[in-house]
Ligand binder design. Structure first.
Ligand code: ADP
Ligand code: MG
Length: 249
């Protein structure tokens, strides 16, 4: 049994069947990529895993427990953390202050925005946030205004913010979308480091095949809302069904 088990998931938007009978099993401590043409239903599937959307039918089990019907913050507390397609950071705060937010949330179970004033006095949180910035290789940027960083560094910060919640499953929706090649390569290196050094499972939606083949242990190809193939990367490359799905884009 995988740490994440999706069975028979269907999701309709009016007349459009965005997901049709999706089955997916993600094994613990692997990187599982979900690829497919635009509009295949990748983001919809991810949204069903984190409580942003509720499937019409089917089940989603994380570590033996159903996530369906739970609020996004409850699913987060179960150990699923999610990186959005566009970085979700607080541009007005410094890098260090950004990193302290999930550290507070992890410690206290919630975070109040007016607590920013009290941040400096919270030693344990400061230490944890500093350690995470060291781990993310960005401690030298701790006082930088988050909004002024490169796209790659914003992403690096956001991934670190997710990791500080100590998730068991990290979900990423096109983490390198809109990035220059150098930032993409830095993000690949960061994700490789996380995979090697942490006890974590990663499910990644990605359009960039270079990213997918650099990281994935297992690949599921989604086309028109349904899994077409699931296999090891070396068997995906030349698969005629996969080529056809992409050529039909
Ligand atoms: P992908 O992430 O693979 O590009 P999406 O999951 O975003 O695809 O979208 C799958 C299909 O569902 C697309 O046809 C998209 O237009 C449609 N869709 C996604 N979200 C909604 C929504 N909230 N309402 C209506 N249609 C949607
Ligand atoms: Mg998408």
């Amino acid at each position: 049994m995988g740490i994440l088990e999706v069975k028979g998931v269907n999701k309709r938007f009016g007349g459009l069947q965005a997901l049709g009978d999706v089955n997916l099993s993600v094994a613990e401590n692997t990187v599982h990529a979900i690829i497919g043409p635009n509009g295949a239903g990748k983001s919809t599937l991810l949204n069903c895993l984190v409580g942003k959307l509720i499937p019409d039918t089917g089940s989603v089990m994380f570590d033996g427990q159903s996530v369906l019907g739970r609020a996004p913050y409850e699913i987060n507390q179960m150990g699923i953390s999610r990186v959005f397609q566009t970085p979700e950071i607080f541009g007005d705060l410094s890098v260090m202050e950004n990193m302290m937010i999930p550290c507070f949330a992890k410690r206290d179970g919630s975070f109040e925005l007016n607590a920013i004033a009290a941040i400096a006095s919270q030693r344990d949180v400061v230490e944890k946030a500093e350690q995470m910035l060291v781990d993310m290789n960005m401690i030298d940027k701790r006082e930088m205004h988050a909004a002024s960083m490169s796209r790659g560094d914003k992403r690096r910060l956001e991934i670190g913010m997710c990791l500080s919640q100590e998730p068991r499953l990290l979900l990423l929706d096109e983490p390198t979308a809109g990035m220059a090649r150098a930032d993409t390569n830095n993000t690949i290196d960061l994700l490789k480091q996380i995979k090697d050094e942490r006890d974590i499972t990663i499910a990644i939606i990605e359009h960039d095949m270079h990213v997918v083949f650099s990281l994935a242990d297992r690949i599921t190809v989604l086309a028109q809302g349904t899994p077409l193939v699931e296999d090891a990367p070396e068997n995906i490359r030349g698969n005629p069904k996969v080529r056809e799905a992409y050529l039909g884009e």
